[in-house]
Write a protein that binds this ligand. Structure first.
Ligand code: DP6
Length: 365
């Protein structure tokens, strides 16, 4: 049994009469899981380990302004602006999230806060924003703690706590804290791995994967009909849940080996199988729902045909949505770009795709 870190700290209380108003700003990226997190239990704990690629151009920029609260009222006092407009639905979610964190950051009850958050990708692009937005918020909270109390002794301690806090906001967000690749969830094969936070994996990534490209093909940009949280919930009654968790644990072992060896073929095979399994699990859940669109399937078939014909290592992945991620080495970008522009972009909404790649991780501004 792994030990849960205990971040509760009643000493993080401010002398509010001395608090100067301040702000912190973080830019944090989205990430794409290769082995997927799908199914959770307890408080945001994964049913299986996952490994992801940290992205670069799909990010959230979040600024958190704080000042001493004027009233004695003890709830969370926060206003949230998303893409420069007050967003009450998102605000309510963040207030609930911050309320759940008051044993870890008791000072949150003493502040009036304003959050301004923007995504680099269009709101309607269908890109999952919870990983980038929740990790950006978690980083802001850890920065405030660090600035006001100097309690986070080094970068590793800071990142680990930020990952833990991000996980409580959205599971996949805990992996966005690290550059390159991140691993979340306990696996006997990796020392230090944990269900409570992600760990950096970049140093094990073979040269062949450095600069890996991820073209995100926007097939459909509307709201998802079933949220990821509801999807995780449906796994509890899915008849294929147990074999899935075993498959994920096996795929994790194979993926770790492929990433270390620089084996694109083994990597791509796992990426595609994981993507298709994720959607098969949605289809076989009690509500049997479909998030792929006809053009998602067309694109996946075309990618496989192109790979066969050209011999180029180009593979697809999917998130919980209809958009297709195209993964390939940086060295063949020119060839693959013509394929994307000529054959795949016409199947996308307004020919739209996001040109992304393995990134450097979050940056404080
Ligand atoms: C398909 O992290 O969005 O993207 O923890 O309920 O917020 P919550 O779910 P979320 O689920 C992401 C699922 C996925 C796979 C993955 O990122 O591993």
């Amino acid at each position: 049994m792994q030990k849960a870190p205990d971040y509760n700290n009643p000493q993080l209380i401010l002398e509010t009469s001395n608090l100067e108003p301040g702000h912190v700003v973080w830019r944090s990226p989205s990430n794409l899981a290769i082995v997927k997190y799908w199914g959770k239990h307890g408080i945001q704990l994964p049913r299986n380990p996952s490994l992801s690629l940290t992205l670069e151009t799909a990010f959230t920029m979040t600024r958190l302004d704080y000042k001493a609260k004027e009233s004695a009222e003890t709830g969370i006092d926060l206003k949230l602006f998303f893409q420069e407009k007050r967003n009450e639905a998102f605000e309510a979610r963040v207030i609930k999230y911050f309320e759940s964190l008051t044993d870890i950051f008791p000072f949150l009850k003493q502040m009036s806060m304003e959050v301004n958050t923007v995504n680099s990708f269009p709101h309607s692009s269908g890109i999952a924003s919870s990983a980038s937005s929740m990790s950006a918020l978690a980083l802001c909270l850890c920065s405030i703690e660090h600035e006001l109390f100097k309690t986070l002794e080094d970068d590793a301690a800071f990142d680990r706590k930020a990952s833990y806090i991000a996980r409580l906001g959205s599971g996949s967000a805990c992996r966005s804290i690290y550059p390159g690749m991140s691993l979340w969830g306990h696996t006997g094969d990796i020392e230090g791995s944990s269900d409570y936070y992600a760990i950096p994996y970049e140093e094990h990534v073979h040269e062949n994967f450095k600069g890996m490209r991820d073209d995100i093909l926007i097939v459909h940009s509307g709201e998802k009909s079933v949220s990821s949280s509801a999807g995780h919930g449906l796994m509890e009654s899915n008849p294929f849940a147990e074999p899935r968790y075993q498959q994920a644990a096996r795929n994790m072992m194979y993926l770790i080996a492929a990433v270390r060896k620089g084996d694109w073929e083994a990597f791509g095979k796992i990426a595609e199988q994981e993507a298709l399994t994720l959607h098969a699990l949605m289809m076989s859940s009690a509500q049997g729902y479909l998030l792929m669109k006809p053009n998602s399937i067309k694109i996946m078939e075309m990618v496989r045909a192109y790979r066969k014909e050209s011999g180029n290592p180009v593979y697809f992945s999917l998130d919980a949505g209809p958009n297709v991620h195209l993964l390939y080495p940086e060295s063949i970008i020119h060839e693959v770009r013509s394929f994307v522009e000529e054959q795949l972009a016409p199947l996308c909404e307004e020919q739209h795709y996001i040109d992304d790649y393995m990134g450097e991780g979050p940056v404080q501004q």
